[in-house]
Design a protein around this ligand. Structure first.
Ligand SMILES: Nc1nc2c(ncn2[C@@H]2O[C@H](COP(=O)(O)OP(=O)(O)OP(=O)(O)O)[C@@H](O)[C@H]2O)c(=O)[nH]1
Length: 329
């Protein structure tokens, strides 16, 4: 009995069961190995594949990148790795279970995402003068790792959004504002342009909560946030929830008079929602007070003075009876 016998049959078993497509192609492009994985995922049996021209096996065209790499392996002995990122599905191979999500937008079963390794190997061709190499092709199913990658990416996008978003109102939170404000300050200093800050606070909100309850309080907080957000004019404007019932808005490049006008527009936008507030000392409806400040950020100032001035203006608006705009002097 040949000593190679059991080893060879073990190797055959491995080739049969390995969770990987294994193909060997000789220098004439004839298939000399086609394992069970290839049968399952291509629908081409071993009888149909062996000794046949590899390219002619498929009714669909093979990816040009794949064919180039195959030619380089056979003619010049160059190995190649075709990553699924650059060569998504070079061969017409399909997953075993074609679930709904594996359907392409036109309703066809989507090809398996593949990672391919091509290794030139020496093999007996029976025609040594012909030159060239055989090529071992290993194909693995990268679909699940691509899906996992997509899922992780979408989770990380969600997390990134959550970190900068206020959970109740869905507008940006203070953390986002602080970062955006720092960048806007740098830009305003570079361009010698102005920044306007609007501090906005709901009037008699404690009384609102006390009278209508916390759930209703949450609802009108969302309503006010949504109303103010709708007033944003350009992509560089930032609107955020700054604290409990306090919001902040930053608008670059407004003249002081324009900023005051805009603050009036903000105030009116909430007033015209005509949300009842029976316990307000400022009228029958829910209102806001706005402190506005426009300035050219100084070279060495960190923006705190702008914030302080807008805050002082808001305080003054409250003192003057609420439901009004005060511009910092
Ligand atoms: N429903 C609700 N209430 C909140 C939230 N955050 C803060 N508040 C309430 O907002 C109220 C703020 O009260 P105050 O700071 O006294 O201000 P105010 O009653 O609006 O009075 P003025 O600002 O002076 O007009 C408090 O009763 C807080 O409990 C929230 O997320 N949801």
């Amino acid at each position: 009995m040949s000593r190679a016998g059991p080893v060879q049959s073990t190797a055959e078993e491995v080739i049969r069961h390995v969770n990987l497509g294994l193909i060997v192609i000789d220098h004439d492009l004839k298939v000399v190995l086609w394992n069970d994985w290839m049968v399952r995922h291509s629908g081409v049996s071993q009888e149909q594949a062996l000794q046949q021209n590899f390219i002619a096996l498929f009714s669909q065209q093979l990816a040009p990148g794949f064919l180039r790499a195959l030619n380089n392996a056979i003619s010049y002995g160059l190995p190649a790795v075709l990553s699924s990122a650059l060569h998504r599905s070079p061969l017409p191979l399909y997953p075993l279970q074609a679930s709904e999500q594996m359907l392409s937008p036109d309703g066809e079963v989507a090809r398996m995402v593949q990672s391919v390794i091509m290794t030139p190997i020496a093999c007996e061709t029976g025609n040594e003068s012909a030159g060239g190499h055989c090529c071992l092709i290993q194909i693995s199913d990268a679909s699940s790792s691509v899906r996992r990658e997509k899922m992780l990416l979408s989770h990380s996008e969600t997390l990134k959004r959550q970190v900068v978003t206020d959970g109740l109102t869905g507008v940006y939170n203070r953390r986002f504002f602080d970062e955006g404000f720092a960048l806007a300050l740098q830009q305003a200093r570079r361009n010698q342009s102005s920044l306007s800050l609007f501090m906005i606070d709901i009037d008699f909100f404690k009384q609102y909560n006390d009278h209508y309850g916390h759930v209703e309080g949450d609802r009108v907080l969302k309503l006010v946030a949504e109303t103010l957000q709708q007033q944003l004019m350009q992509a560089s404007d930032i609107f955020a929830r700054y604290g409990g019932e306090e919001f902040i808005m930053l608008v670059p490049e407004l003249a002081a008079a324009e900023a005051r006008e805009f603050a009036e527009k903000l105030r009116t936008s909430v007033l015209v929602r005509a949300e009842p507030h029976e316990k307000s000392g400022a009228g029958p409806h829910l209102t806001i007070s706005v402190g506005v400040c426009t300035g050219l950020p100084e070279h060495d100032a960190d923006g705190r003075s702008l914030l302080a001035r807008a805050d002082a203006a808001l305080y003054r608006a409250k003192q003057l009876g609420r439901n009004q705009v005060v511009a910092a002097g």
